[in-house]
Ligand binder design. Structure first.
Ligand code: CA
Length: 236
């Protein structure tokens, strides 16, 4: 927190990323994106999907297009690829909750903290899926999606908007992320950022992005929640 210029931390909220944190959905996203992008002539492996994770669909396509063809994609191309990706994704079985994610959010709420969601996703069924998997735990006004922001992660905008929506200051919230660009966004918003490395990338990628703590899973974070929460309180 000293790095971010804060002397103390009064924790009031936990800002959860969604894919790869609350839902074990990244293997499906990786498969669908790499298939669609490869068909469209891009070099795009499943690992590239994890490295781009957190970006909006449009940003993902534009970044690859600039890197590989030297130009931004057209809006028509972006719309077509996003639609194709959504169609493929919708043929997969419903994504399960990440193991221990429900218990973790319940623990956060039981501590009197506000759980929020900050995601680059913008699927139409997203809110229903959150409410059916985490009933009563996330208020709709405490969810930031790609519909709410112009610039997605790694820009800090989505996390700054979450703070604004919840009425919180950076020293009153922590972030839970799984992806390097998501960590970058959290750190850029001056938030204490916990990474759960639920994907195939090395821990170093998350530390290099600025993560304050890297744990191997959401289950581990859930198991260690009391210790983390107490050490944050004791640090004041
Ligand atoms: Ca994620």
């Amino acid at each position: 927190m000293q790095l971010h210029g804060f002397k103390t931390m009064q924790l009031h909220a936990v800002l959860f990323d969604m894919d790869g944190v609350l839902f074990d959905s990244m293997p499906y996203h990786a498969k669908a994106w790499s298939q669609v992008m490869t068909n469209a002539g891009f070099l795009f492996t499943p690992e590239d999907v994890y490295m781009n994770e957190g970006r909006t669909g449009a940003d993902t396509i534009n970044t690859a297009s600039i890197q590989q063809f030297g130009v931004k994609a057209t809006q028509e191309q972006i719309d077509a690829l996003c639609q194709e990706k959504c169609e493929i994704f919708s043929t997969y079985p419903p994504t399960p909750r990440m193991p221990a994610a429900l218990e973790l959010v319940q623990k956060v709420k039981a501590c009197g903290l506000t759980p929020m969601i900050v995601t680059g996703s913008g699927t139409p069924t997203l809110l229903d899926r959150i409410q059916s998997n985490f009933p009563g735990l996330f208020k709709e006004e405490h969810i930031v999606t790609s519909f709410n922001v112009k610039r997605g992660k790694p820009n800090p905008g989505p996390y700054l908007l979450a703070l604004e929506k919840g009425g919180f200051k950076p020293h009153e919230a922590i972030v839970v992320e799984n992806a390097p660009l998501g960590v970058t966004a959290g750190v850029a918003a001056r938030l204490f950022t916990v990474a759960a490395n639920t994907g195939p990338l090395k821990d170093d990628v998350l530390y290099d992005a600025g993560a304050n703590i890297v744990l191997p899973s959401i289950k581990e974070l859930c198991d260690e929640w009391e210790e983390l929460y107490n050490s944050i309180k004791a640090a004041n």
